[in-house]
Design a protein around this ligand. Structure first.
Ligand code: ZN
Length: 78
């Protein structure tokens, strides 16, 4: 009789825990959507830089990306 009770509780616990575990596993397995690392070319030294890390300069309507502040300065003619 006691064994039956234990089995019953095990079934209850499993019924409660398994969906929770599955949910945790799903959220852990879900791949993180990373931002696309777009490469931009530095017009000064011809180096490709990741856009998010590039030094950004706007000239009028045009946006230019540089690998460093130094290159941006050089492009500006300084
Ligand atoms: Zn550069």
């Amino acid at each position: 009789m006691r064994l039956l009770l234990i089995l019953f509780w095990l079934a209850v616990v499993a019924a409660v825990l398994l969906p929770l575990l599955r949910r945790v596993r799903l959220s852990a397995a879900r791949p993180r959507r990373a931002l696309p690392d777009e490469l931009v070319k530095d017009p000064v030294c011809q180096t490709y830089v990741v856009k998010s890390r590039a030094v950004r300069r706007t000239e009028g309507d045009e946006v230019r990306y540089f690998c460093s502040v130094e290159c941006a300065r050089r492009a500006a003619g300084g």
